[in-house]
Design a protein. Structure first.
Length: 196
């Protein structure tokens, strides 16, 4: 019943194409979750909700950023970043989502952040590799995602940062911090493996 309610509430917020994207993200996320030992139902819910505010007016997004005391530095970066942190606040208030891991997965699905949970990584990656995505580099990330969540997340972050730089755009600092942190996590994992 909860799932059906969330599906209907989200569908109303989105265009048909974005709704199809949302369904593919939630399916991809549930698959990754099963493999990674994360609750697939929570991954599915986070996938359904991740783009909840994608089509909100700029004014509305700005007023939520201010009202909820979200980091104001967002306002000097790309508008595309805003739907993620605002989405987390809106689904908490309007849909009564209280699971902090789901809220963080929505909040950080565009920028990433240092110290991402497995669920956060899964939503970040599912958003990037869902089967409808077609852009340079996506197949390489899909391949990595079959065997290594962290390497796939790192490669998706690398691609996004390079993409922004190639277009002469600013990169939100949290995205850079997230990518540095993935490098550290991967290096630490290799060190741990070597010491066995
Ligand atoms: O909402 P989606 O289109 O499904 O995907 P998303 O939430 O990952 O948004 C990606 C868009 O955000 C993409 O067009 C690039 C843009 N963007 C702008 N600045 C940044 C950024 N993405 C990241 N990761 N970091 C930025 O600093
Ligand atoms: Fe998004
Ligand atoms: Fe998305």
């Amino acid at each position: 019943m909860e799932r059906e309610f969330l599906l209907q509430a989200t569908k109303k917020q989105l265009t048909p194409a974005r709704w199809e994207h949302t369904l593919r993200v939630s399916e991809t996320a549930a698959e990754l979750a099963r493999r990674e030992g994360v609750d697939p139902d929570r991954a599915e819910v986070a996938g359904i909700l991740h783009d909840y505010c994608k089509f909100w007016e700029t004014d509305e997004l700005v007023s939520w950023i201010k009202k909820c005391h979200l980091p104001e530095d967002l306002l000097s970066y790309h508008k595309e970043l805003w739907h993620a942190p605002v989405g987390a606040e809106v689904i908490r208030e309007e849909l009564h989502i209280t699971d902090e891991d789901i809220l963080n997965a929505v909040r950080y699905h565009t920028s990433g952040r240092p110290g991402m949970s497995k669920l956060e990584k899964i939503i970040f990656l599912a958003d990037y590799i869902e089967p409808g995505r077609r852009f340079p580099g996506v197949d390489e990330v899909r391949e990595l995602a079959k065997t290594d969540l962290d390497q796939a997340v790192l490669q998706a972050m690398n691609n996004s940062i390079v993409f922004l730089i190639q277009r002469g755009q600013k990169v939100y600092p949290l995205t850079l911090l997230a990518r540095n942190d993935m490098l550290d996590q991967i290096a630490e994992k290799h060190l741990r493996e070597e010491s066995f």
